[in-house]
Every structure is written in C-alpha cells, then in structure tokens.
Design a protein around this ligand. Structure first.
Ligand code: MLT
Length: 409
C-alpha cells in the first residue's frame, strides 16, 4: 500500500492563487460578457525588454546549429550569468559575492519553497504574518506543523506585521532556527531600513539561526539609502541566504529565471553542533534534483545587465510603479487607508470589511480581481492587496470601476 505524506492533510484549502484563479474562472463562466481586470496575482503584463528578446533570439539561433547547440547545461547555472549577477547586483554595490555563490534557478518560488529541505524536521520556523504562502505551506508539507488552530499552523512562529509596527516585525523573544523575511514585502509593500534589518542579523548570529531573505522585488526600491540586499549589513553573509528573481524585475514570470545567493561562510549545524557549509548542501540538492534553466533563457537574463537592458528594465519598473502610485492615490482618495506602492508593486488596503467580502464585492460589482489579505495570514484579515502589474489603461479602468462599486456599496 502506498501511504501518503499525511502532512498534506493539514494544508488548508488549495494554494491561494490557484484558489483565486478558480473563483475568477467560475465568475467568468457565469458572466461571459463581463470584462475582468486582474490586479490579483503579481503577474507582469508587459513584453520582455528588447535587449532580452534580442539575446533570446540569438541564443535560439545558436541552438539551430550543431556547432553551437547546447545540451544539458550546468545545473547551477552558466558561468556567464553567475558572473553577471555577482558583478552587477552585488560587487558593483560594494558587496563581496562571488559568481560561485550564485545559484541560477527557475524561480524564487521554487527556491524559497525548496530550501527548507536542508533543515532538520524539528527546525523551528518563523514567518511574518501576513506572509507569501509558499514559505508556510512548504514547511507544513515537510511536517513542521502539528495542526491548524485559530487560523494558524501550530508549531510555526508568526511574526505579526501590522499597522502597529509599520509592517516591519521585530525578532521574536523565543528562539527560532530559521526566519523568512521578504523586503520589499509581499504582500504589504512595506520596506525595511538598514537599522530595522540590523536586529535580525544580530539575532541570527546570536542564535545560530538562518535568515531566508526574499528580495524578489528589489528592482522596485526607489530610495538608494534602503538596503538592496541583506548582505549590505555586516555579518549577514554568515547567517543569510538571499532569493532574487528576474520575474518582476524584467518580466520573466512566464520565461522563468531566478537565483539564490548562498555565501560560502553561511553555516548549518548537525545534531552534535558541528558546523557545515550550507553552500555544499544546496549545491548537492540542486545538482541532484534540478537540471538548470535553459540556455536561451539564461542568455536573455544576462542581457538584463547590458546598458540597454538596464535602461529597459528601469523603464519597466517605472511603468508599474506609476500604476502603484495611481492605485494608492485613488484608494486613499476613496477613504481607504493604504500602505505600500512606494518601493513595491503592491498596495495594501484596509478593506473596512472582511477580506473575502471585499474580494467578492470588487469581482462582482467592478469585475476587478484583487487578493484578499486573509489569504496571506490571520493579520491580513480585513485587508486586500492590489497589484500594480497591468497596463495603465486597465489600471485606470479598474480604479474607475472600483470607485463606482465602493461608492454604491
Ligand atoms: C504574488 O502575487 O504574490 C506573486 O506573484 C506570487 C509569486 O511570485 O509566486
């Protein structure tokens, strides 16, 4: 008899964004004439930068000739991309990250979900609340929760991120072993300062803990004094891995390319307390279970760092950030308290009602999809997230419709 992994029975409902997609499909089936504008999942809508497209075409042409054809690539990424990442995203900012500390992958979702495989089953995990659901669900799948109670998974430590702390949680009083942090934050759009990040690095060093730092939205930071990487903080390389992605930066959600930084100094410990480099473990995991990102896609990602690519990527993020500003301004004007949208493509709105009621209201009355805050955790109840990833025209139309729907509600 094949026995299931019963940890899966603990999972509540389906994955948040699949759940929303099903509801939207049902709405469209019942209302085939209604035009639906999606400001829910953070999926980009604009074309890949021209520099990436040119590189993609050129790489596809290489695949058309025996002489330049490539088969299996290196599982951890081609050197040309690992070098480009290390040089442009880190060394150029004074951060000493080497190319062999860059692990190319097909998504920050996969990496942030898979990384916990390297930890012992009884690892004590801390997550923010509200939280990107992948961090939580993957740890539940791995058996790190004893059950669901009062809207939370028992066994996980939740770090409340609310209006009271400006959506920046402080380290817990209790000892935890692994901490997920995400800045610019998904879903609240909040951004941390170096001074606010410092206690986390100190905490991790004091407790021999590990920070899993998700910086997938770094391209949207609009204040150079804010930390672009956790490694801007001294001592972070011993206690943090960092996830980055080309998805939101350069429109690669469908193209798939991302990377994780695992510094060579970063340690994990066996049950006897002996230190082991995390780098070797992640290398072993990836080279066993992953076969790399395709050559043309890695060439397209490399083009992000060309002079044209840099300019085009900035234009892309400026475009979405103008949407974010419009969303925040309009929703504030309608009397809804908002945060985010200043260094992140998400606006976090106090819904003044139950999250899913707000979602239903916007869908049914305005034909607009948002993400109910409750889907991100207990502290998200009463909130909704609106994504800036859409065309300007769609965002303007959506906001007009939302304004009308909320005024008549
Ligand atoms: C989101 O909407 O939170 C993200 O698009 C999800 C993801 O990147 O996987």
């Amino acid at each position: 008899m094949i026995v299931m992994n019963e940890n899966y029975l603990q999972l509540q409902a389906s994955y948040l964004f699949s759940d929303i997609a099903k509801r939207v499909t049902a709405f469209q089936d019942n209302n085939p004439d209604r035009d639906v504008i999606r400001l829910g999942i953070g999926d980009v809508t604009r074309a890949l930068p021209a520099a990436c497209i040119a590189a993609l075409h050129a790489a596809v042409d290489e695949m058309a000739e025996d002489a330049s054809f490539r088969g299996y690539g290196p599982e951890l990424g081609y050197d040309f991309l690992r070098q480009a990442v290390a040089e442009h995203d880190f060394q150029a900012r004074g951060i000493d990250i080497a190319a062999d500390e860059v692990f190319i992958s097909d998504g920050a979702k996969c990496d942030s979900g898979n990384f916990q495989e390297l930890f012992a089953p009884d690892t004590r995990i801390a997550v923010p609340d509200p939280v990107y659901p992948v961090y939580v669900d993957t740890n539940v799948m791995a058996g790190r929760s004893t059950g669901w109670q009062d809207g939370r998974y028992q066994g996980l430590v939740y770090l409340e991120s609310t209006q009271a702390n400006n959506y920046i949680p402080a380290p817990p009083k209790d000892k935890v072993d692994a901490i997920y942090l995400c800045f610019p934050n998904n879903p609240t759009g909040s951004m941390v300062t170096k001074d606010q990040l410092r206690p986390w690095v100190d905490y991790a060093r004091e407790h021999q803990a590990l920070i899993l730092y998700d910086a997938a939205y770094v391209e949207f930071i609009r204040d150079a004094s804010l930390p672009q990487s956790i490694y801007e903080l001294e001592g972070a390389k011993e206690v943090a891995v960092e996830f980055r992605s080309f998805s939101k930066t350069a429109g690669f959600t469908g193209t798939r390319c991302a990377y994780t930084i695992v510094p060579r100094q970063c340690q994990v410990y066996d049950s006897q307390g002996t230190a082991h480099p995390l780098h070797g473990l992640w290398d072993r995991r990836q080279s066993t279970k992953f076969n790399g990102v395709s050559y043309p896609v890695q060439r397209a990602a490399e083009a992000v760092y060309s002079p044209d690519g840099k300019r085009q990527v900035r234009e892309l993020s400026d475009y979405y950030m103008a949407n974010a500003a419009l969303i925040r301004q309009t929703m504030s004007g309608l009397g809804y308290a908002c945060v985010g949208g200043e260094h992140a493509p998400y606006v976090w709105i106090k819904a003044n009602t139950d999250s899913w009621q707000f979602f239903d209201l916007l869908l049914n009355k305005a034909g607009v999809v948002c993400t109910p805050g409750a889907g991100f955790g207990k502290c998200g109840e009463g909130y909704a997230r609106i994504s800036a990833f859409n065309s300007r025209q769609n965002v303007e139309t959506a906001l007009e419709r939302v304004g009308a729907a909320l005024s008549s509600a």
